[in-house]
Design a protein around this ligand. Structure first.
Ligand code: SF4
Length: 940
């Protein structure tokens, strides 16, 4: 097996390879520097007759390399190699692939709780009288602090400085804890706040493309090279697929297991090939392409599949455009949106400051593997092939509630007008049509500027998200558009909260060097931070008069952002219509001030010369952008800015750090607490038993997101989490966000299902985390009288605690796509800590399903045609889950028995969505963490 350490040479080095060469595939290749390296040769595997490897999709061959290299007969078996080498483009998928990744990336919202779990495991090991150091990441882990910065200040020259100061004030305890982690674990590194966004930092700096380790066998002294692969605790880890690197988002729980030497298991996927031809036309951006691909692939139902782009159109796209498309894989539902390795990848590595020697090794390695170059039609047998002519892509936006709802730019006006009065059930706003032109409010800003706002007014305009800020072509386009707008005398209404938050300091470098930043500043797009900001919902407050006007007039106001998600309440709790678009369009809509506008025909505003200015008048040409691109990518700038972060970050240096291998938990901390997952931990796993007499904690409709289940944004003072914080001496001004409190299970359990927009169908007409507590009795004997045990409406947390006290298990019932959205392990952890034993849904999002199993919660799926509605469930019933036992099999059918208040029972068949044999083990052990901990302690 491979033990990894932080890369130390140009190619990145791991400690040692001592896996046996079971298929005799170790071969030599020329490193291009007079030396030779070794590699597990896929062409050799094919020559040996194991399977038609060269016909496999490139992404699968990269996974196969990991399976082959790590094949030791224990964690990875010969059969795993043979099965994958003989992958068929279409067949029923039952085999799981044990994938040992080369490294792991984390962001701080998910990384802090993961470090809390590692610290809790060390405490548990210490309590068992063993050496806590047995808990140590076995592959390199990089955490980038990017999710915590909020846009409290915007539109001023000092916004960056002030936001950073507030960030450090709010997050001091978390950052102290991260510093403890850096000294306690050998393979855990942190990129501090103010440097960039995880996926952009990964693309520009962390990714090596190829890694190496010394060979443990004395007779083979040359180092062994292997592909850079990873998983990350953020859905958009797929951005790295744009650089030909296999990687995707997993739950924090899976990442922890991966870190501790467990393979990441996944069902053998279908691979959808997307054949790209042609080239983008003048006026069309990579963002337009990404939105088009998102819509097209959503319709093609690629959920849980690999997507691989190929053909001449793919080969002609630069890596930065590929990365923008790959980043949105979670939005189109694919596990990956992969682009193969080619000359463009080498160019990108070179342009971003990777050494010449490394670039040569990279190219030679992939050539030796037969993996260099974008495949042409007919080279590979994909499960399904789709066609896209890049020349047919049109300027687009997506929204107002889902990223896959693409709208051609000229049609936005009519689309907004139609959505305004469409029923909520059809993704509309359910307003009366006549309200549209009528309700507007005059607000006074800064005490003197008066402005009118109404339905469709743009109130947030954010150049945000690594999706786009990693792409210099769209960032430069935004700067050029701003320059032309300023030169024509246009301005942005002060009610629009504009912001610019790039994913790396390289962006500022080139926006300054090209002289474009001052024009963005003049329009209010001052730099507010290097982090996720609006993309994750950290938009900060709106001006008080604006906020008041929205609520007083019940306005359907809009945000425009270059992000990738626009689910309800994600961008800002008061903004209902959220449109995704390219950075230059964000600037354009900020200038226009509204979304009910046809930018093909209506002017953005009136220029200084009194003439109307149309979008086409100030839209930069491809040539103008291309000319500036040369300035954008300078290798020495990348090398300078990605060197010695600590020295460049005095605020980080000021944070004190505690020392020691075991964390000293501070019971008074409201940020970091020891979670109860290993309380009373014993070496004996439990048993799998039927669930009897469960109550419904909630019944949900379709598309409940992980943000509905475990919100990342602000904490209401009247919510259970808010009350807890106040009781612990935290003022509402210092609440910070749920995302930043994920190191404290007390806050997070109270915050589970606490999204202000979640709709529990047990309490019709009410939004927010409430339920009907059904009392402690069984359904058939339930009374409706007052007093202890009677039916009462209360917060989901309070009801769950009452059920826990009464020893009553809970279930959650849901519709389609349960757990869609960002990977969020607290959505599963909180569900577990509320006492929910099973979630019964019509379908599950991939990561959330696996997180539920990872936390010992049973995911069950209704059969086609069955749902809460078809069964007329209202939450007054009790539920039994029959068929669970020691012999439980993956995807086995079980019985859900429903007992109604009148005593009638009904039994329906449900599919157990524990999908793989190893997941059965996780479930039996009460989750992945107890499973891994028992293994490690047993070995110690
Ligand atoms: S900018 Fe957006 S997509 Fe990128 S890591 Fe942050 S939240 Fe995820």
């Amino acid at each position: 097996m491979l033990l990894a350490s932080w890369p130390t040479d140009s190619a990145g080095t791991m400690d040692m390879n001592d896996a046996p060469d079971m298929f005799d595939t170790l071969r030599k290749f020329d490193l291009g520097n007079g030396r030779q390296g070794r590699f597990y040769s896929l062409p050799q595997l094919e020559k040996s007759g194991v399977g038609p490897v060269s016909r496999l999709p490139v992404s699968l061959r990269l996974v196969l390399e990991s399976v082959l290299r790590n094949c030791d007969g224990k964690k990875v078996h010969e059969s795993n190699v043979k099965e994958l080498a003989n992958w068929k483009s279409t067949e029923t998928r039952t085999a799981e692939i044990p994938f040992i990744v080369a490294r792991i990336v984390l962001q701080d919202f998910t990384g802090v709780p993961l470090l809390v779990d590692l610290a809790a495991m060390r405490s548990a090991v210490q309590r068992l009288g063993k050496n806590p150091k047995i808990i140590e990441p076995l592959v390199p882990v990089d955490l980038v602090v990017d999710h915590s910065v909020q846009v409290d200040f915007a539109g001023s020259a000092d916004a960056l400085k002030k936001n950073l100061e507030l960030e450090f004030q709010r997050n001091r305890e978390r950052y102290q804890f991260l510093k403890w982690g850096m000294q306690a674990f050998d393979t855990f590194k942190v990129v501090p706040p103010g440097i960039g966004i995880v996926h952009q930092v990964n693309l520009e700096y962390l990714a090596k493309g190829v890694l190496s380790c010394p060979d443990a066998r004395p007779q083979t002294p040359d180092p062994i090279f292997y592909p850079d692969t990873l998983v990350g605790t953020d859905s958009h880890t797929t951005m790295i697929n744009g650089l030909g690197i296999v990687g995707w988002g997993v739950g924090g729980i899976e990442a922890e297991a991966g870190m501790l030497g467990q393979p990441v298991y996944f069902l053998t996927p279908d691979v959808v090939g997307v054949h790209l031809t042609g080239a983008l036309r003048e006026g069309v951006t990579a963002t337009d392409l990404a939105l088009t691909v998102t819509q097209m692939l959503r319709m093609a139902k690629v959920v849980g599949k690999f997507v691989e782009f190929f053909g001449p159109g793919a080969a002609a796209l630069p890596v930065v455009d590929r990365a923008t498309i790959a980043n949105m894989a979670p939005e189109y539902g694919a596990t990956m949106g992969f682009f193969p390795i080619d000359e463009e990848c080498v160019n990108y590595l070179r342009a971003t400051g990777r050494s010449e020697e490394h670039c040569r090794i990279y190219e030679n390695y992939y050539r030796a593997q037969g993996l260099f170059g974008v495949p042409k039609k007919g080279d590979i047998a994909y499960s399904q092939e789709l066609e896209l002519d890049l020349g047919a892509v049109l300027p687009s936006v997506a929204g107002p509630k889902r990223p896959q709802d693409r709208i051609e730019l000229p049609k936005l006006k009519e689309s907004f007008i139609a959505t305004f009065s469409k029923p909520v059930t059809e993704n509309g706003f359910g307003m009366k049509p006549e309200e549209l032109g009528r309700t507007s409010a005059e607000v006074s800003m800064n005490g003197h500027v008066r402005a009118k706002i109404g339905h469709g007014s743009v109130l947030i305009a954010a150049i945000t998200s690594c999706t786009n800020t990693s792409n210099p072509s769209v960032m430069l386009a935004a700067g050029l558009l701003a320059k032309k707008a300023v030169e024509r005398g246009l301005g942005v209404n002060p009610v629009v909260k504009a912001s610019l938050a790039p994913g790396s300091r390289v962006v500022s470098d080139y926006l300054n060097r090209t002289g474009l930043q001052p024009y963005l500043d003049q329009l209010g797009f001052n730099l507010v931070g290097y982090g996720c900001t609006t993309c994750i919902g950290n938009s900060g407050p709106l001006a008080a008069p604006v906020e008041d006007a929205i609520h007083k007039h019940n306005l359907v106001a809009a945000s425009v952002l270059s992000g990738n998600r626009n689910f309800e309440a994600r961008v800002h709790q008061s903004i209902k219509a959220n449109f995704l678009m390219s950075p230059p369009l964000v600037v354009a809509f900020a200038l226009a001030g509204r979304v009910d506008i046809d930018l093909a025909h209506e002017p953005l505003g009136i220029g200084a010369d009194g003439k109307p200015v149309l979008l086409k008048d100030i839209w930069p040409s491809l040539r103008e952008i291309r000319d500036l691109m040369q300035t954008a990518l300078q290798p020495e700038v990348f090398r300078k800015l990605y060197r010695d972060f600590a020295a460049q970050n005095p605020k980080w240096n000021e944070i004190p750090s505690s020392t020691g291998n075991v964390y000293e938990w501070d019971r008074k901390s409201t940020y970091i607490q020891e979670p109860p997952f290993f309380e009373n931990f014993s070496m004996q796993p439990g048993s799998i038993a039927e669930i009897k007499g469960a109550r419904a904690l909630a019944i949900f409709g379709d598309s409940v997101t992980t943000d509905h289940i475990s919100p990342a944004g602000s904490i209401k003072k009247t919510s259970p989490a808010g009350k807890y914080l106040i009781a612990n001496g935290v003022q509402p001004a210092d609440f910070n966000s749920y995302g930043s409190r994920r190191g404290n299970d007390r806050v997070m359990t109270r915050g589970t299902f606490a999204n202000v927009r979640i709709k529990n169908l047990m309490v019709l007409g009410v939004e927010g985390g409430v339920t009907k507590y059904q009392g402690g009795c069984d359904a058939s004997s339930q009374t409706q009288t007052s007093g202890e045990g009677a039916v009462a409406t209360m917060s989901i947390y309070d009801a769950a605690m009452k059920y826990q006290e009464a020893g009553i298990p809970l279930v959650v019932i849901a519709g389609q796509e349960y757990g869609t959205g960002s990977s969020r392990d607290w959505a599963a952890k909180g569900t577990n800590l509320l006492g929910v034993k099973a979630v019964v849904a019509q379908s599950f999002e991939r990561i959330h399903r696996s997180n539920l199993v990872g936390m010992g919660v049973l995911p069950l799926q209704f059969k086609e045609g069955t749902s809460a509605q078809s069964l007329k469930l209202d939450g007054t019933e009790t539920y039994d889950i029959i068929g669970l036992g020691a012999n439980l099999k993956p995807q086995q059918d079980l019985i859900l028995r429903i007992t109604r208040t009148n005593g009638q029972t009904e039994s329906v068949s449900v599919r157990c969505r524990i999908d793989t044999p190893v997941e059965i083990d996780y479930y039996r052990h009460g989750g992945i963490l107890p499973y891994v901990l028992r293994q490690l302690v047993a070995k110690a």
